[in-house]
Design a protein around this ligand. Structure first.
Ligand code: ADP
Length: 623
């Protein structure tokens, strides 16, 4: 290759400088991962070329056999990795190599622990693979030509860490560059181990065996294919070792940790496809990033088509990683059309079922692992109750909650059903902002007394779950803070008489009317409570109204919420309420107001008139 004179110097983006600094100065263990990263990039470049060539076979030029070639030069002290994949245009080099477009980079820096081993492992996960070259090299030169740009020149990017302070790299035009990308690493003084052919080959075997195209090692003009070079998922299950499954996961999942579980299925029928789907052991950094694209990769007859978690899997399974390889989809179909075809929908549904089978299996047989699944992906799975009507019941079975009888988030709805009291016909829950608020809620009093378990829901997404899940296994879900509660059919231990005789309720009616009048329009209704034991009063939402927790949540999110008034429920057995009966005039009004204020505070709400509240309390204390 001869070079022309067009050479320019460009500056790295600040994040890249930071990243380079990290690679150069702080990574000392697992240095060999640079090979895995560069080979992985080369393999992706081959996938991209094969995809683009579906609609333009000229892109193969006269070189259709995609492969990766690694070689070492002991004299020059270089390691070279070359691929004949898609390559990059000048502009692409500037965009991909000089800048980090990924939103994840900031998170990457945030996650660095200072622990060499862990930090090195993080590199691959955060898509900063190319820069790992600088763990072992003090100068890297990347020469590339985009497939199809045969009339144009290639381009060479070069950076030597000597100029580190300047933070600048050079770009120059290269004539007659071959298609694809060649990366030459000039090894640092003490990295001679990577000049050793045996060492390099064993690293390739260890980390890159699953790469689907040949990885050749060139030695004294002889080439040797070092990896198995076939797509792992196409092989028979019993021919694949656990370690191979795990290594492949690390490649597709961009993860450094082993997966928790996987399912490998070949489906034959109206649609023939193979799926290899993994459940990771921890959440990816972009689990909550709306634009995150990584996830499940789609292949058609082993040709990579696209990677887009949100299209191949429903959002509530966006943590799943792996590949789907369809046999019958047309190869030349566009990405947009692909998403809408009926065939693709069948495949997607099949993969969702397989994933739920896998999760069921973990929940059933590997409780500790399921606890991890729940810890990392529980909030995401909860979305599925509203998102996937067809599998709602199955997803509901996987959900885990805290309850009045469990300190940890471990109670399944099936556990709950198994513990229901005789005479109990509903699954009770309470939603609140925090666990402390839930546990202190007066709404729980009668449930505690009767030994009836209540699920305590404190995730934001829980409101969404209960607004979509009305029943489970034939039992309806009911909020303890809404509508009427009737536990009269459930007897508490040692309890013999019904505690609220109808006669007492009848007799209390005039008092309740007086309270309602005194409260002016603060309460929609005032009625006798069947849920209080110790507290004098509490608020409940009317049957058809939105509960207070949800209303507060929506308001915080800036949404318009219909103004509804709560119902004040009064504990007729409480001394404060008894005392009210003998009060009149402004004194009565003050006490009634105080009853209401307490109920609002206990409900997690704010008082519209805190000064008035303080005055009323002081009036009582000193009056
Ligand atoms: P990642 O591979 O996770 O995107 P990298 O820093 O390793 O992150 O690479 C950045 C980008 O540079 C890649 O997304 C790709 O567009 C481009 N790139 C890297 N290596 C190659 C290659 N061998 N051939 C073509 N493009 C490449």
């Amino acid at each position: 290759m001869t070079e022309t004179a067009t050479k320019e110097t460009l500056g790295f983006q600040a994040e890249v400088k930071q990243l380079l600094h990290l690679m150069i100065h702080s990574l000392y263990s697992h240095k060999e991962i640079f090979l895995r990263e560069l080979i992985s990039n080369a393999s992706d470049a081959a996938d991209k070329l094969r995809f683009e060539a579906l609609s333009d076979s000229a892109l193969y030029e006269s070189d259709p056999e995609l492969k990766i070639r690694v070689s070492v030069d002991k004299e020059a002290r270089t390691v070279t990795i070359r691929d004949n994949g898609i390559g990059m245009s000048r502009q692409e080099v500037i965009e991909h190599i000089g800048t980090i477009a990924k939103s994840g980079t900031r998170e990457f820096f945030g996650k660095l622990t200072g622990d060499q081993k862990k930090d090195a492992q993080l590199i691959g996960q955060f898509g900063v693979g190319f820069y790992s070259s600088f763990i072992v090299a003090d100068k890297v030169s990347l020469t590339t030509r985009r497939a199809g740009l045969t009339q144009e020149h290639g381009v060479r990017w070069e950076y030597a860490t000597d100029d580190e302070g300047s933070g600048q790299y050079t770009l120059e035009t290269v004539e007659k560059a071959e298609r694809g990308t060649e990366i030459v690493l000039h090894l640092k003084e003490d990295e001679a181990e990577f000049l050793d052919a045996w060492r390099v080959k064993s690293v390739i075997r260890e980390y890159s065996d699953h790469i689907a195209i040949p990885v050749e090692f060139l030695e004294e003009d002889k080439t040797e294919v070092v990896n198995r070079a076939n797509a792992l998922w196409t092989r028979a299950k019993n021919d694949i070792s656990e370690d191979e499954y795990k290594a492949f996961y690390k490649h597709v999942g961009h993860d450094y940790e082993d997966p928790l579980a996987w399912t490998h299925v070949k489906v034959e029928g109206r649609q023939d496809y193979t799926a290899l789907l993994y459940v990771p052991a921890h959440a990816p950094f972009d689990l909550w990033d709306r634009d995150a694209k990584t996830g499940v990769k789609l292949y058609v007859k082993r040709v990579f088509i696209m990677e887009d978690a949100r299209k191949l899997m429903p959002a509530y399974l966006r943590f799943v990683r792996g590949v789907i390889d369809a046999a019958d989809l047309p190869l030349n179909v566009s990405r947009e059309i692909l998403q809408e075809t009926r065939d693709m929908e069948m495949i997607r549904n099949g993969c969702v079922r397989k994933t739920l089978d896998l999760l069921d299996d973990i929940a059933e047989n590997r409780k500790d692992d399921f606890a991890k699944v729940w810890e990392h992906f529980g909030k995401v799975l909860k979305e599925g109750v509203g998102e996937d009507q067809a599998n709602k019941e199955r997803i509901a079975r996987l959900l885990r909650f805290r309850s009045t009888q469990a300190d940890a988030e471990t109670v399944s709805l099936a556990d709950y059903l198994g513990r229901m009291k005789e005479g109990q016909d509903k699954i009770y829950y309470l939603t609140a902002d925090t666990l402390a608020a839930a546990q202190a809620s007066p709404h729980l009093e009668v449930f505690r007394k009767k030994g009836v378990e209540v699920l305590l829901l404190t995730d934001r997404v829980d409101e969404w779950v209960v607004s979509n899940l009305f029943e489970f296994d034939g039992k309806s879900l009911a909020s303890v803070a809404k509508g009427q509660v009737d536990l009269s059919a459930v007897t508490a231990e040692g309890e013999d008489k019904p505690e609220e005789p109808a006669a007492a309720e009848e007799a209390a009616k005039p008092l309740l009317e007086r309270i309602k009048t005194a409260l002016d329009s603060r309460a929609k209704d005032v009625r006798t409570s069947h849920r209080l034991v110790e507290s004098p009063a509490c608020l409940v939402a009317d049957e058809g109204d939105m509960n207070a927790n949800l209303a507060r949540m929506l308001k915080q999110m800036g949404q318009a919420v219909p103004e509804t008034q709560p119902i004040l429920e009064v504990n007729l057995g409480h001394p404060l309420v008894k005392r009210l009966e003998n009060e009149e005039g402004s004194r009565f009004d003050e006490l009634a107001g105080l009853l209401m204020d307490q109920a609002v505070l206990l409900d997690g709400g704010q008082l519209a008139d805190p000064a008035g509240f303080v005055k009323r309390v002081n009036g009582l204390l000193f009056g």
